[in-house]
Design a protein. Sequence first.
Length: 156
Amino acid sequence: MQRLIYTRHMVLPTSLAVDFQNFYQHQKSTVSRIAQLVVAELMESGYFVKHIEKMRTLYRKKWKTLIEALQVYLTDEFKIFGDTAGLHIVIQLPPWLSEKRAVQIALEKGIDIDPVSKYYQTTTPQNLVMIGFGAIPLEKIHPVIQTLADGWLQSR
């Protein structure tokens, strides 16, 4: 296992530390040295890898549950994509439900989703929303999606 050392800004392999320190010698760190040491220890101890593995398992379960809930509560008019990476999925809404209205209905139900159009500068895709699943507890995914789907389908 390669030895890691802390610098002013990050934990680096020993082979890169000297070059990094020379390059950034006049910069002021905004991260406390204690926090850097804690992160370095976490990484060296192997607990960081264990944490990442645990979170991958949890997020995989959440992803499967979200896809399942969307398939159960939404009609085939809603298309799911962008579901192979990250902690979110993208839904193409049917023509009768605008992106703006879908987000508004979600907010009225206490659900926070994002319009995809805000991520574009020029050509803006229409009727796309993004639903994140990283922060929602696994057991709440079905009830939240059912509430969201009921709101969307009743707006028809």
